[in-house]
Structure formats: C-alpha cells, structure tokens
Design a binder for this molecule. Structure first.
Ligand SMILES: NC(=O)c1ccc[n+]([C@@H]2O[C@H](COP(=O)([O-])OP(=O)(O)OC[C@H]3O[C@@H](n4cnc5c(N)ncnc54)[C@H](OP(=O)(O)O)[C@@H]3O)[C@@H](O)[C@H]2O)c1
Length: 256
C-alpha cells in the first residue's frame, strides 16, 4: 500500500542535469517509481546515456536530451524532444547547477554571470516553458527546484552561488503562488553538503571536511540518494497539499 502512494506510472518527468550526481539519483529514483524520464545533460552525453540505460533496465522509459538550460531555444528544443518521445512533462525537477568558491572581493563579473545564468536564469526558463505547457494542456503537474542550504545560511566564498540559491527560493514561492490556481504545485529542496563531482576535492580534504562536519548535527556528509527520496515524496500524491515549501536535507546544519 505504501508503495502505491509513490507510484508514478503514467507520469513523465524531466530532470535537468540528470546526467550525473544528484540529478542522476533523482532521475533513477523517479524512473524506479515508474515515471518515464527525460534525462537532460549539457556536456556529459555518455553519462546521460548510462543513466537512461539504468532507468530502462528497471523497466521504465527514458530519453537523454541535450540542452544548456540557460539557452531559451535549446530549452524549447529539449521540451519538444521529450514530449515527442515520452509525452507531455508533468513532473519537472530543476537541478542543473554550477558552483565555484571564490572570496567575495575577488569574484570576477564573468564568474558571477555564469553562476546566475545557469542557476537562476536556467531554472526560470525551464520552469516557465514547462508551466506554460502544463497550463495549455490542463496538466496538474508539479515542479521541484533543487535549491541549497546556501539559500538559508552564509558560508565562505559563495556569495554569487548563495544569491542564486536565495533567488530560487523566492522563485519557488512566487511560482507556487501564481500557479496554484492551475493545480500546479511548486516546491524546493535545500540540500546541505552532499558528496558529488561538484565538491569531491573539498570533501576529500580532511581539514575542510572536519570543519564542515562540526556544523552538521547528524555528523555525516549526504549522498545524492538522500535528496532523491525527498524529491520523490514531493512529486507523489502524499505531497498533494504541499506547495511553496522548502524542505531541508542537510543533517540539521541550518537548524540554528
Ligand atoms: N553537492 C552539494 O553539496 C549540493 C548542495 C546543495 C545543492 N546542490 C545543488 O544540487 C544541484 C546538483 O548539484 P551536483 O552536486 O549534483 O552537481 P554536479 O555533480 O556538478 O552535476 C551538475 C549537473 O548539472 C548539469 N549542468 C551544469 N550546467 C548545465 C547547463 N548549463 N545546462 C544543463 N545542465 C547543466 C551537469 O550536466 P553535464 O555534466 O552534462 O554538463 C550535471 O548533470 C545543483 O543545483 C547544486 O547547486 C548541491
């Protein structure tokens, strides 16, 4: 009975940045629940194809779709391809994001623009294009934005990244407010430290890791699967009354 509430058979999900790390874990988890999954990638075509194979091996349909999420024409192309192959998207997971650690005083404008373009403009473009299709097709779908604990607390050398993630929190709430009348739910997850390609070098540095672990009450680094479970819940019937919510997945690091 419990599994049935999380069954996504007949649903079509698009996961941006689904080729690797957190996005891949989300794509595989949604596929494992029976959704057809469009796995977006920017450069990692081979990894996107291997995610597709993993989803297909579990019995669901999947497709790898290339697009730079900050490019509006590429986003439209991606949605056309996904819809033609799998049907209209009714679950969007905005996950594709980038990070670089630089002291605020040294951040070059180009680096700030790159982070804002991918993390904020990208989330906006994909969500708007998907939501327009949902409204036109009377699809009561859901959108989950992968934000960050950086939307809640400041940590060193991430001013541009934190600003982009704080922007995602208000984008989530504003979209939730405006799209509720169409039956579309919009929520976000706020992961803390999750070991991925994005931060593996830092996590493998014992001094850096010890400093970070001191701020995590549960005392461990997260895994991509920790995020995937929360996204599956937000996409499920059990989250039917949730919209505009921010769900922390951070071992308690933003409690205080
Ligand atoms: N790891 C953490 O500790 C952590 C914590 C909080 C929040 N997050 C958030 O979680 C999300 C995923 O992070 P991650 O750690 O899994 O990162 P990651 O390992 O670096 O993977 C990033 C993913 O985003 C894709 N991507 C990057 N730029 C893109 C673009 N312009 N267009 C389309 N796809 C693009 C990459 O695709 P290609 O490889 O195909 O280029 C890749 O699939 C990000 O939004 C990040 O901010 C991560």
């Amino acid at each position: 009975m419990v599994e049935n509430r999380y069954a996504l058979a007949g649903r079509v999900a698009l996961v941006t940045g689904g080729s690797r790390s957190i996005g891949r874990a989300i794509a595989v988890r949604l596929g494992g629940a029976g959704a057809s999954v469009a796995v977006n990638y920017c450069r990692a075509e081979g990894q996107a194809r291997s995610a597709v194979e993993e989803i297909e091996a579990a019995g669901a349909r999947a497709l790898a779709v290339q697009a730079d999420v900050s490019d509006p024409r590429a986003v439209e192309r991606m949605l056309e391809q996904a819809q033609a192959a799998l049907g209209p998207v009714d679950i969007l997971v905005n996950n594709a994001g980038v990070l670089r650690r630089t002291p605020f005083l040294d951040i070059p404008l180009e680096e700030r623009e790159w982070i804002m373009h991918t993390n904020l403009r990208g989330y906006f473009l994909v969500a708007q294009a998907v939501a327009r299709r949902m409204v036109a097709g009377d699809i009561k779908g859901c959108i989950v934005n992968v934000s960050s604990s950086s939307a809640r607390i400041a940590t060193p050398n991430l001013a541009h990244y934190a600003a982009s993630k704080g922007g995602i929190t208000m984008l989530t709430r504003a979209m939730a407010f405006e799209l509720a009348r169409y039956g579309i739910r919009v929520n976000e997850v706020n992961p803390g430290l999750i070991e991925t390609d994005l931060n593996r070098a830092d996590v493998q540095n014992p001094d850096w890791l010890a400093g970070r672990l001191r701020g995590i009450p549960l005392g461990r680094v997260g895994r991509p699967e920790d995020v995937a479970g929360a996204v599956l819940f937000l996409a499920s019937h059990d989250a039917g009354l949730m919209t505009g919510a921010s769900v922390a997945i951070d071992g308690g690091s933003t409690i205080t």
